[in-house]
Design a binder for this molecule. Structure first.
Ligand code: DC
Length: 226
C-alpha cells in the first residue's frame, strides 16, 4: 500500500475514543501516533507536584510559565516522560483529569505544548488527537476528524477503562468530570474545542471500532487512493 504523506488530526469531546481510534489508524497505515492530551496531562502533574495549582484549581501562572522553560516533557518508549521518569500511568488518574482542563486554558501552557507538537508535524505521516489539532496546531492537516458520542456512552466507556486499570470510580463522578471538561475545553479563550470547518464528524455512539475503521478506510481510499 502506498502510504500518503499526510497529517490526520482527530479532535473531539473527552472520552469519545479518540486515542484508541488514532492508535489503530497509526498501526494500520504505519503512521506515528501522538497524544497531545498527554502533554497537557504531563504539565498538570508537574504543576501539582510543584505547587503551581492548588486544590481549588487556582494557578500560579507566572511561576508555572517560568518553570516550563526547564521542563523536559517528552514522548519516549512507553508514552510521556518528564526527564527519564515515565509518567504515563500517573497522568491517566482522575486526580489529573480534574485539573487538566484549567491548566489547558493557560495560553503559556498551550504555547509550550504547541511548539512540541509542531516539531513532529514536520515529518508528516502522523496521526494526532486532541482538542485543537485541526483548528490551531495543524490547520492545514490533510484529514480532519471531529469525534462525538452521547455523554452516557462516553462515561460508561471511560469508567470501564479506569476500572480495568484498577481505579475504583463511580460512573457519576466520571460523567461529572467529563461534562466539566467539555464545558471548560469548549469555552476557554485560547483555542477552544470546536470543529474545524473542513473536519468530518464521526458520531460513534452506536459504532464499534471495526465500524469506525470501515468508515475511515473508505475516506482514505477516496481521498488519498490508499
Ligand atoms: O485527550 P485527553 O483527555 O487526554 O486531554 C486532557 C485535557 O487536555 C483535555 O480535557 C483538554 C486538554 N487538551 C487540550 O486542551 N488540547 C488538546 N489538543 C489536547 C488536550
Amino acid at each position: 500500500m502506498q502510504i500518503p504523506d499526510i497529517i490526520i488530526a482527530i479532535d473531539g469531546y473527552s472520552s469519545t475514543g479518540k486515542s484508541s481510534f488514532a492508535k489503530i489508524i497509526a498501526n494500520e497505515f504505519s503512521f506515528l501516533y501522538l497524544d497531545s492530551g498527554a502533554l497537557y496531562r504531563g504539565v498538570t502533574l508537574f504543576a501539582i507536584e510543584n505547587g503551581f495549582i492548588n486544590d481549588e484549581c487556582v494557578i500560579d501562572v507566572p511561576g508555572l510559565e517560568q518553570a516550563l522553560a526547564d521542563l523536559d516533557l517528552h514522548f519516549g518508549a512507553e508514552g510521556a516522560y518528564i526527564g527519564d521518569r515515565c509518567i504515563e500511568k500517573e497522568i491517566r488518574s482522575l486526580a489529573i483529569a480534574e485539573k487538566v482542563s484549567p491548566i489547558a486554558t493557560v495560553p503559556q501552557v498551550r504555547d509550550f505544548v504547541d511548539r512540541k507538537l509542531r516539531e513532529f508535524g514536520k515529518k508528516k505521516r502522523i496521526v494526532m488527537d486532541g482538542r485543537d489539532i485541526g483548528t490551531t496546531v495543524f490547520p492545514d492537516a490533510e484529514l480532519k476528524i471531529f469525534m462525538t458520542a452521547t455523554p452516557e456512552i462516553r462515561a460508561e466507556r471511560r469508567a470501564a477503562e479506569m476500572r480495568a486499570k484498577g481505579e475504583d470510580v463511580k460512573i457519576e463522578d466520571v460523567m461529572k468530570n467529563l461534562l466539566e471538561r467539555d464545558y471548560i475545553d469548549s469555552h476557554r479563550e485560547t483555542s477552544p474545542l470546536s470543529k474545524a470547518d473542513d473536519a468530518i464528524v464521526l458520531d460513534n455512539t452506536d459504532m464499534t471500532m471495526a465500524d469506525q475503521m470501515v468508515w475511515l478506510k473508505e475516506i482514505m481510499a477516496e481521498r488519498f487512493g490508499c
